[in-house]
Design a protein around this ligand. Structure first.
Ligand code: AP5
Length: 208
């Protein structure tokens, strides 16, 4: 799943994972899980994430490839948030070559910048199960509490204004170039991400 911060990669990936039984490998979620547990990796990543910068490749690539290679799923997997630059692309493709598999489809979601800002600033997550809400488009049943486990919701530190601007800049300068690469392989699918979550999911599932 490719696209700028807040475009809906995680939301769509979770729907595809449920529908198709795939493994979901989300680099941002792996970092946040490590931060919650207070691991060395989580502590190292914290400073980069809170400012909206990419975590260095030597940390990120090892963490994600361990997930990719640890429990190979016979039905495949969805990568969400990785790769984000050409070094990560090359490491991923070398690792996949070693296990004789490949990327079938690169889904690029697009929405206008003002919609991205609304999605990012309105997002809330569950402190316990990480369920994803939006104050306007998908609010919880009871204000500030998760529908699934009643735990309090929180706002990601990097969803606050300065980090949001940096994340968007980093996306356009460092991640956009990998889109041309997937386009050149012929596996890029560009999807309009505006509309209800179900409508976007319909477009995504018909694209691959
Ligand atoms: P990460 O967690 O990957 O953040 P991101 O790519 O910036 O993406 P987001 O999680 O913000 O958004 P999303 O596209 O998944 O949207 P979502 O579905 O949640 O990474 C965080 C940080 O970790 C990075 O900044 C970096 O520091 C580090 N990192 C991660 N990967 C890395 C890598 N490979 N290399 C180096 N560093 C890395 O939706 C957003 C909101 O919109 C939600 O509230 C949702 O409910 C709502 N929404 C979704 N769809 C719709 C819709 N159709 N209509 C209305 N609202 C919608």
């Amino acid at each position: 799943m490719l696209g700028p911060p807040g475009v809906g990669k995680g939301t769509q990936a979770k729907m595809l994972v449920q529908a198709l039984g795939l493994k979901h490998i989300a680099s941002g979620e792996l970092f946040r899980r490590n931060q919650t547990r207070g691991t060395d990796l989580g502590v190292k990543a914290q400073g980069y994430i809170s400012l909206g910068n990419l975590v260095p490749d030597e940390i990120t690539i090892a963490m994600v490839l361990e997930e990719v290679l640890s429990e190979p799923s016979k039905d495949g997997f969805i990568l969400d948030g990785f790769p984000r630059n050409m070094v990560q692309v090359e490491s991923l493709h070398q690792a996949l070559k070693d296990i004789e598999t490949n990327i079938d489809c690169a889904v690029l979601l697009a929405v206008p910048r003002d919609e991205l800002l609304k999605r990012l600033t309105g997002r809330r997550l569950c402190t316990k199960c990480q369920a994803n809400y939006h104050l306007m488009s998908s609010p919880p049943g009871r204000s500030g509490l998760c529908n699934h486990c009643d735990s309090p919701l929180y706002q990601r530190e990097d969803d606050m204004s300065i980090a949001v601007n940096t994340r968007l800049e980093v996306y356009y300068s460092e991640t956009r170039p990998i889109i041309d690469y997937y386009d050149s392989l012929g596996c890029l699918r560009q999807i309009d991400g505006v509309g209800a979550v179900g409508e976007v999911a319909y477009r995504v599932s018909n694209s691959c």
